[in-house]
Write a protein that binds this ligand. Structure first.
Ligand code: NAP
Length: 297
């Protein structure tokens, strides 16, 4: 293997450490404790795991964790009323509604009812517009974590060719906006892209956010490129049981790339770390205080 493996787990621990320092300072100097409210509707097992681990890490960095677990058949009116209550609660600085929501609830309507200043997932239409126009916004956590790792590894990204595979609203599109903001030349590829291999071979930075296990082979990678693997896919092991893999074929890509994130232990841990970073940022902004350094885009 030639590539440097970017250790997302260690990087995320560092980010959480910085957040914890920021929280301590806020408490000691301002008497303010940042609060993150997470709303879970229904009993999706994966969502329950995410919400539990978000709550645990929120408390570990010294913030207040508020969890609202609602029945699967909660009405839209009741959910919107809860969000309105959280929007108006001065102790709540960040609000996250765990997705996916049950089918009878309109996710866009629900997300757009969150106060944009408290929208720590960065999915509100106002934050999407602010990011797209290069203004101060709340930035979606997974792309923010990916950007932090790229900046840490490269310093400046200016002038680099970046290819983002995937155009989802939660990863691909905001990732592309962030890379553009850092002066990369950005291509967004998707399922209709012609000759994806040739497109990816141009890239100094490849971000794969597709949801297809090990789709990107090493011979698509330009020698020395940096590969950020956002994918989280569970596949069967030949000997039985399952394991997690990304959207790139780690072994063959690591032979060619200059740097690569593993799965697990790459982008994944950065997502919750950036959620906490966003909550701290939202709290500082709400109180007219300077933003924490190195934790925003
Ligand atoms: P998504 O909404 O399903 O979007 C997938 C994107 O991949 C779409 O834009 C799709 O193109 C594109 N695509 C599908 N097949 C393709 C192909 N053969 N060639 C090129 N592009 C193709 O997924 P997502 O929510 O962005 O998530 C992507 C992956 O990241 C998943 O594995 C997910 O689990 C993971 N993820 C990880 C984290 C984390 O914390 N690490 C967070 C979020 C997501 P079209 O638009 O043309 O259909």
């Amino acid at each position: 293997m030639t590539a440097t493996v970017i250790d997302g787990k260690a990087f995320a621990a560092k980010v959480r450490g910085l957040v914890a320092e920021g929280v301590t300072k806020l408490k000691e100097e301002q008497g303010i404790t940042p609060g993150l409210a997470v709303v879970l509707v229904g009993e999706d097992p994966a969502s329950q795991v995410y919400v539990r681990s978000k709550g645990k890490m929120t408390v570990e960095v010294g913030m207040t964790s508020i969890e609202h677990k609602l029945e699967v058949d909660t009405s839209e009116a009741d959910l919107l009323a809860l969000i309105d209550q959280l929007n108006n609660d001065p102790k709540v600085h960040g609000i996250l509604v765990q997705l996916p929501l049950p089918d009878h609830l309109d996710s866009d309507l629900v997300i757009n009812s969150i106060d944009p200043a408290k929208d720590v997932d960065g999915f509100h239409i106002s934050n999407v517009g602010l990011l797209g126009t290069g203004q101060k916004s709340m930035v979606p956590c997974t792309p923010l974590g990916s950007l932090m790792m790229l900046r840490d590894h490269h310093g400046s990204l200016s002038g680099m060719n970046a290819v983002v595979i995937g155009r989802s609203n939660i990863v691909g599109k905001p990732m592309a906006q962030l890379l553009l903001g850092d002066s990369c030349t950005v291509t967004i590829a998707h399922s209709r892209t012609k000759d994806l291999a040739a497109v990816v071979r141009q890239a100094d930075i490849v971000v794969a956010a597709v949801g297809r296990p090990q789709m990107v082979p090493g011979d698509w990678i330009k020698p020395g490129a940096t590969v950020i693997d956002v994918g989280i896919n569970r596949i069967d092991k030949p000997e039985g049981g399952t394991r997690l893999v990304g959207d790139v074929d780690f072994d063959s890509c690591a032979e060619v790339a200059g740097a690569i994130t593993p799965v697990p232990g790459g982008v994944g841990p950065m997502t919750i770390a950036c959620l906490l970073a966003n909550t701290l940022t939202a709290c500082c902004r709400a109180n007219g205080l300077p933003e924490p350094e190195g934790l925003t885009a």
